[in-house]
Ligand binder design. Structure first.
Ligand code: SF4
Length: 291
């Protein structure tokens, strides 16, 4: 039996809609254009995580602003990006202002990245074998010590609006990080288990706002329940259960689904499909031109 790798994102996608997971994660269909949120988030992460790392490693003077600007300019030059509410120029201003305000917001949290012999524990990629051939994989943005010396795992986000208060207690993504870090304490050089989880959010809007929320670490029972769910989902994936899930109009995953035109009307316009994917969907792969 081949191992099945599940990241928190892939798991969420499968739970959202099995058919969307099938199209994007099994057939590897992608959109020709990428939504602006992904490259904007990447540029923000690059800048803020570089700052967090530099602070923890004693390089106090690192300025995150040029890092954001360069990454956003590079994304604009190299990717086909789809914009909705804000233009590329407006997003450059929004991102620059957010990142400029980040050092003050970071200082206000009282957090500091933990370090080991390899430097700050930032972007730690981890895997843990769950059983039944399932591997949980994920990358925690940062491992942190707060003012009281408590170990935490906050996730950095750049959403348009802040998460509802209490979401840190519910988030499966944070549960996954809790499990991954606890499983790697020795290799990370940590002596204690994770004590809290959280989100640090820079809001994508014209007025600058950084916000954060935290939650106690998950209990053993909560983590075990999540692992049981992973095994259940992996079994469903292996058995080929890729059902469509529209939900109700007010909370339908279809409203944000990149595969919507393909799913609803069979149109592959704006999508990139391999010949294997076309074959699996009963489309005729293009024949090579004959002179
Ligand atoms: S349009 Fe809706 S039902 Fe179809 S793949 Fe997307 S989320 Fe699933």
């Amino acid at each position: 039996m081949d191992a099945i790798f599940l990241s928190p994102t892939a798991t969420l996608k499968y739970e959202d809609c099995g058919h969307q997971y099938y199209l994007t994660n099994v057939l590897k269909i992608r959109t020709a254009q990428v939504g602006h949120a992904l490259p904007f988030g990447k540029a923000g992460h690059l800048a803020c995580l570089a700052y967090i790392k530099a602070q923890a490693e004693g390089r106090e003077n690192l300025d995150p602003v040029p890092i954001f600007r360069e990454a956003w300019e590079r994304a604009l030059a190299t990717e086909v990006i789809e914009f909705s509410r804000y233009s590329p120029e407006e997003l450059m201003v929004i991102g620059t202002n957010l990142v400029k305000a980040f050092p003050e917001a970071w200082a206000a949290t009282g957090w500091r990245a933990l370090t080991n012999a390899n430097g700050a524990l930032v972007e730690a990629r981890m895997r843990v074998t769950v059983g039944d051939g399932v591997v949980l994989s994920g990358e925690a943005d940062m491992l942190i010590e707060d003012r009281d010396g408590r170990i935490g795992v906050p996730d950095l986000k750049f959403p348009a609006a802040k998460a509802f208060e209490g979401f840190a207690m519910a988030s499966d993504q944070l549960t996954a990080y809790n499990i991954l870090v606890n499983a790697h304490l020795a290799s990370l050089g940590l002596k204690k288990r994770v004590e809290w989880l959280g989100f640090l959010e820079g809001l994508k809007k014209k007025s600058v706002e950084w916000t954060h929320q935290t939650s106690p670490a998950r209990s053993d029972a909560q983590m075990e329940a999540y692992l049981r769910k992973l095994v259940f989902l992996a079994r469903s994936i292996r058995e080929g259960h890729f059902h469509k899930r529209s939900a109700a109009a007010f909370n339908s995953p279809c409203s944000l689904c990149d595969m919507r035109s393909l799913c609803l009307s069979g149109s592959a316009d704006g999508l990139v499909l391999s010949d294997d994917a076309k074959q699996a969907l009963g489309m005729t792969p293009e024949l090579p031109m004959v002179a």
